[in-house]
Design a protein around this ligand. Structure first.
Ligand SMILES: [Zn+2]
Length: 390
């Protein structure tokens, strides 16, 4: 009869299973869900009036700048943390800097960004923008706090930017790229968080979508490793599925590598119903942990990521299979018609074939792209009919 394992060795075994993320030290457990909730609740509260103009958006700026200061970030705006721009200086990006520790690499910068503006008020209706994008700002603030409090000694520097006027044709991030407060050539990557606390189309659970690995394939394994053991799956998909829909746009135009983290569209998107009590905080927590680990890994990479022509990847087909596996069984409940169901089944078969062969052709990818765009266009119509307030 084999000897029984001692209680101590059992504990060790359990601990080894729990810490399957092999980066030392793993900062992810230090992200605090109560802090995320507090940030979203304040930024999306009625007194901030949808963060578009006047006293409302000014309160958001004071809040973010205070937390940058608490996180020990150095001011990197044109006036303290603020980089003012536009007519009468009404636009304000908020920028803070965490110096790196490797003498050879510290001049290189990992940018972590999230837009804090939203749609304001229309008549008496406030658009609180809890998911869009108080959730991304909360994630960014937690990344800054944890790096500071855990005294992380990262090789590269990290720059934090809360961009203004994303909702007005990305003017804040365009201004930053046009008049950068650090040398643009030193920005090794733009990591952008925009909408992290909902499910795609309300029904696709557990995915945070990540755009940009098609231009920097070396980052795909970094993101996948960062997701180990977390309650969120990174869906690595091509940017051309949605086009330029966020602050990564101006960086992409400058051929700077980027990663865009987002849950995608949902029924409260750009609606007065995007309130703090509708955020899935455990999902926001897991997404923030994913971003934190990604930032820490990229800051310590031996060589900086490069930007190249987009290459189709089986990772994308894998994400499509995962999404369609959830969508197809729910089709009836969602009111998807028979012809659309047939299309979804066809797309799943194409995607599955690519995954099984571990390769994808340009033609397969083109079909999948068009098909998925069509599926989500009709889902979007159904969702807006179901949920839009009348
Ligand atoms: Zn938006």
């Amino acid at each position: 009869m084999p000897s029984r394992p001692s209680p101590l060795s059992l504990v060790c075994l359990l601990l080894a299973a729990a810490s399957c993320y092999a980066q030392d030290p793993d900062l992810a457990p230090h992200v605090d869900i109560t802090k995320l909730r507090k940030h979203v609740t304040y930024l999306a509260s009625p007194e901030l009036e949808g963060r578009r103009s006047g006293a409302g958006i000014e309160k958001a700026r004071v809040y973010i700048a205070d937390l940058f200061r608490e996180a020990g970030l150095q001011p990197k705006g044109t006036n303290g943390y603020m980089q003012t721009f536009g007519a009468k200086g009404l636009g304000k990006n908020i920028i803070g800097f965490l110096p790196g520790h490797d003498p050879r690499l510290k001049h290189e910068i990992v940018l972590v960004s999230a837009h804090y503006d939203h749609l304001g008020k229309r008549g008496k209706l406030i658009y609180p923008g809890a998911n869009d994008n108080a959730s991304g700002v909360a994630a960014m603030l937690e990344v800054a706090r944890v790096l500071h409090e855990r005294k992380a000694k990262l090789k590269r520097s990290v720059l934090f930017a809360a961009f203004d006027q994303e909702e007005q044709w990305l003017i804040g991030s365009m201004h930053f790229v046009a008049k950068p407060t650090v040398p643009l050539k030193d920005i090794t990557i733009c990591i952008n968080a925009d909408m992290l606390g909902k499910n795609l189309a309300d029904v696709i659970r557990g995915y945070v979508f990540v755009l940009g690995t098609e231009h920097s394939p070396s980052l795909a394994p970094v993101v996948k490793k960062a997701a180990r053991g977390l309650k969120v799956k990174p869906g690595l998909v091509g940017t051309d599925l949605i086009g330029i829909r966020g602050d990564y746009g101006p960086f992409k135009a400058k051929k700077i590598p980027y990663l865009f983290f987002s849950n995608g569209e949902h029924s409260a998107y750009h609606q007065p119903t995007d309130t703090a009590d509708g955020i899935l905080y455990p999902k926001l927590l897991a997404s923030t942990r994913l971003i934190l680990r990604t930032v820490a890994s990229i800051a310590d990479l031996p060589t900086r990521p490069v930007f190249s022509k987009p290459t189709p990847s089986v990772d994308e087909a894998r994400a499509f299979v995962g999404v369609l596996d959830q969508l197809i069984p729910q089709g009836k409940m969602l009111g998807v018609k028979g012809t659309d169901m047939a299309v979804m089944n066809f797309l799943r078969a194409v995607a599955k074939q690519a995954v099984e062969k571990n390769q994808i052709s340009a033609e397969q990818r083109q079909i999948l792209k068009l098909g998925i765009q069509g599926v989500f266009l009709s889902l979007r119509r159904m969702l807006s009919n179901m949920f839009r307030p009348r």
